[in-house]
Design a protein around this ligand. Structure first.
Ligand code: ZN
Length: 222
């Protein structure tokens, strides 16, 4: 199967790329979209991950888009939340939602997919994200797949989400088995020299490695 897989440069999408290529033997092309994230660390990480696996890497730049999408990830005046280790940080995650992000990104991916003869798009929606991020839920995926079949006039077109029932720690365990070079990935919302260790994304990253029982190769500031 020829497939375009969204690659942000984080743990989940990097593991997905490795899984589609190494485990399922799909003909996979990675797609990274710059939608105006506040920092470019993850774009560099995405390129390195795609190259490490030897797959084609497509890069689309839409940096102006972020100006109009209200989120801590795109709007400098909204602070990226720092969360204490023990806190339940569900509420602080709300500012990190980018409105309609996966719908926008997958829509672009589907257009490119049909253009290059790919029959599916994939992204790393997973179970741990379903509470905060509506466009990571199974019902969204099913509805989008129906919509894309109509939009592309292709009844066989698929939206692949092999991790939708997995926790982030399951993904890390799978990635360790697939030899994903996690030291090349980037999760921190702040984009400093090293991972900050205290933003919600760094917290999730740390916890996923800990729960998976996999050694975390990341250098954290804190
Ligand atoms: Zn961080």
């Amino acid at each position: 199967l020829k497939v375009i897989s969204l690659l942000s440069g984080g743990i989940d999408s990097s593991t997905l790329l490795y899984y589609l290529k190494k485990e399922l033997d799909f003909d996979v092309t990675a797609l990274t979209i710059n939608y105006g994230q506040r920092h470019s660390k993850e774009v560099h990480a995405a390129r390195k991950i795609a190259h490490s696996l030897g797959v084609d890497w497509l890069y689309v730049e839409l940096p102006e888009l972020g100006k109009w999408l209200r989120s801590a990830l795109t709007t400098p005046s909204i602070n990226v939340p720092e969360v204490p280790e023990t806190a339940e940080h569900y509420d602080t995650l709300a500012v990190t939602v980018v409105p309609n992000r996966n719908m926008i990104l997958l829509s672009i991916a589907a257009g490119i997919a049909q253009s290059i003869g790919a029959k599916a798009v994939a992204y790393a929606a997973h179970y741990s994200d379903r509470g905060v991020y509506p466009d990571c839920r199974a019902e969204f995926v099913n509805a989008l797949e129906q919509t894309l079949k109509l939009a592309l006039d292709d009844p066989d077109f698929k939206v692949l989400v092999p991790f939708v029932s997995k926790y982030k720690s399951d993904i890390v365990r799978l990635g360790a088995y697939l030899d994903v070079p996690y030291e090349l990935t980037w999760s921190c919302y702040k984009g400093g020299e090293k991972h900050c260790g205290v933003c919600s994304s760094c917290r999730e990253r740390k916890r996923a490695f800990r729960e998976a029982g996999v050694i975390d190769p990341t250098e954290y500031l804190d």
